[in-house]
Design a protein around this ligand. Sequence first.
Ligand code: HEM
Length: 192
Amino acid sequence: MADKKDEFREVRNKEGGFLKEVIEKNITRKLIPKGMSWFGCMGGISLVAFLVQTITGIFLMFYFVPGTKEALASIQYITHYVPFGWFIQRIHAVGPHVMIGMVIGHMVRIFFKGIYRHPRELHWVSGSCLFILTLLMYFTGNLLSVGNMDELFTIRLSFLYAVHVAVIPSIMGLFMGMHFFMIRKTGIYEPL
Ligand code: HEM
């Protein structure tokens, strides 16, 4: 029994050691390269903004009702009655502006540095699709939040909701997968 415990402890220490090494090498002991600019971080910040939107969006889904009369009322319920609901709702409402700004900054840097050239032309193409999808998310989200429309819009509103929470995010996930896979293949233009 003691042997088994020692064996277990040894494996755990080995795993812990490996994890510690990975964390130290990549995060805690990694130095920011000299000359690294904010512009160079905008792709990564766009990804963080997308993740923040996904997490806060999942929270909002628990309470949001996509009906012509209920939409606005459910947003008011979130902001006034759900604990910290106002905070999550505000993040989800302000986040898209940050994300669009970051994606545009990322795109402008790549354009002016000519990074879209071979072998990174497909990064540019998948990135352009991501830009369009980001704008579509913004557009559909804005339409949802002012849901207080005509009764005729009920079906359209639930369609819009499905597009906003499932269709576009899934396509974005797919394009992001392609974007990151290709970046991994070529490596980034100015390695860290
Ligand atoms: C949701 C939108 C996007 C996300 C989350 C994203 C994320 C990233 C990340 C994390 C990188 C690697 C780090 C870097 O070089 O910044 C990257 C690289 C790249 N992205 Fe994006 N991106 C997005 C949109 C775009 C757009 C709109 C374009 C251009 C039309 C684009 C073109 C590229 C290119 C060419 C690279 C390679 C840069 C290099 O090799 O240094 N991306 N992207």
